[in-house]
Design a protein around this ligand. Structure first.
Ligand code: C6P
Length: 411
């Protein structure tokens, strides 16, 4: 049993007071985006109310306050993911922008015709399409590590797929559909033994578990603030300095330049080299506060509680006849369960649950190759976080059973 005071945590999230279709909101869609605690909402409002100015430009007091807030947020992120240098933390719009930046900037320099890029079929489109495009631009080969039947990866298969021709390996730390937690540290070791760089998509990992980029020994790591209690529009690209130093920016303009002449220009140092234009100031400050909130609760306690909720939901859902769960066992997965209920289209299911105040996601979850692998056109997904309770899961199970009953009515 968790030692977390879930009722106290719930009080920090004002949206949980909402009624949806006459019922209290049960929010089981954190994997799409998390809800925000009052402290994150407040710090953003405080920034706009008292400190709003552009960063790295004005010498006036507000400019200094904004710059301090923005750069402190960078340091908070650095400590949170245990990066070695603050220059290794680049603020981006989210995971998608971070991975596209790697694919363009690193890919354009280090990938050539005939080289291999290795990913998996469980990737979100954000960690798949940028590599497809890079492979096309460079006439490189895009390879997929085959998955086990339960949606996990075996290191044997990883070893067989990565070769000395492989330049980039990019694998999700946690799958947004299967919930699989991949052994990134071991995959990185195999990638490095073959001279490849290791990229990991941490969008579904960082909000839910301790991440140490140095221990994982990843070369690049990407995640989004909005899935970890932070604002939308802010994310992080972590990269080892030795690579970021050699890479060219992919966006050009204000703040990222050193000297601009009529025909040529030079770039400033890291991390600003990759942050052209006015950055996401309020959003970065909000992300810093979200991290403080997560640290106050404790990442280990969060992971443990989510595991408890997931195991509970998994067991109850498994008892429903005609309900199929995709992905590994409850022990091997993060806090989400993707499923289908026989005879009910996932969109109908999500609509029926919404009429009971329950928010789940339905569709292909931006992972069409994985849907093909599962042989499903779409699925439903329930995802859990620190503000969910066992009582909410009980209500979810009751609503699933009622929906099943409703759709199985024979005329
Ligand atoms: N997944 C989901 O409902 P952005 O949109 O850039 O913040 O994150 C993209 C992304 C990348 N990788 C993984 C593993 C993800 O889960 C996501 C976002 C959401 O599953 C929205 S599609």
């Amino acid at each position: 049993m968790t030692h977390l005071d879930i009722e106290a945590i719930r009080k920090d999230f004002p949206i949980l007071n909402e009624e949806i279709n006459g019922r209290p909101l049960i929010y089981l869609d954190t994997s799409a985006t998390s809800q925000k605690p009052q402290s994150v909402i407040d710090i953003t409002t405080e920034y706009y109310t008292h400190n709003n100015a552009n960063v790295h430009r004005g010498v006036h007091t507000l400019g200094t306050r904004a710059t301090d807030g923005y750069e402190k947020a960078r340091e908070t992120v650095r400590q949170f993911i245990h990066a070695k240098y603050f220059e290794e933390i680049i603020f981006t719009r989210g995971t998608t922008t971070a991975i596209n930046t790697i694919a363009h900037s690193f890919g354009d320099i280090f990938v050539s015709e005939g080289d291999e890029i290795v990913i998996t079929e469980m990737e979100h489109h954000a960690n798949l399409v940028p590599w497809q495009q890079l492979a096309k631009r460079k006439k490189a080969v895009l390879k997929y590590i085959p998955m086990n039947e339960d949606g996990t990866l075996s290191l044997e298969q990883v070893k067989e797929t990565i070769t000395e021709k492989t330049k980039i390996v990019s694998v999700a730390h946690v799958s947004n559909v299967l919930g699989t937690i991949n052994d990134i540290q071991s995959i990185a070791k195999i990638a490095h033994e073959n001279g490849a760089v290791m990229v990991s998509d941490g969008a579904q990992a960082v909000p839910h578990m301790q991440v140490d980029v140095q221990a994982l020994d990843v070369d690049f790591y990407a995640f989004s603030g909005h899935k970890m209690l932070g604002p939308t529009g802010i994310g992080v690209l972590y990269g080892k300095k030795k690579y970021l130093d050699q890479m060219e920016p992919i966006e050009f303009g204000g703040d990222m330049i050193d000297f601009v002449g009529l025909q040529d220009s030079t770039w400033t140092e890291l991390p600003t080299k990759f942050e052209a234009g006015t950055p996401l100031i309020a959003e970065a400050i909000g992300l810093g506060e979200a991290i403080r909130y997560l640290q106050k609760v404790g990442l280990d306690a969060i992971a443990e509680y989510e595991h408890e909720l997931t195991a509970y939901a998994y067991e109850k859902m498994s008892e429903i006849e005609g309900l199929e769960i995709y992905g590994p066992s409850a022990e091997q997965r993060a806090g989400l369960i993707t499923f289908n209920l026989a005879g009910v289209h996932p969109h109908d299911l999500a609509t029926a649950l919404d009429s009971h105040g329950i928010a789940v996601r339905a569709g292909h979850h931006c992972a069409q190759p994985l849907m093909k692998w599962l042989n499903q056109s779409s699925t439903a997904r329930a995802s859990f976080y620190i503000y969910n309770t066992k009582e909410e899961i009980d209500q979810f199970i009751t609503s699933l059973k009622e929906t099943k009953e409703f759709f199985s009515y024979e005329f």
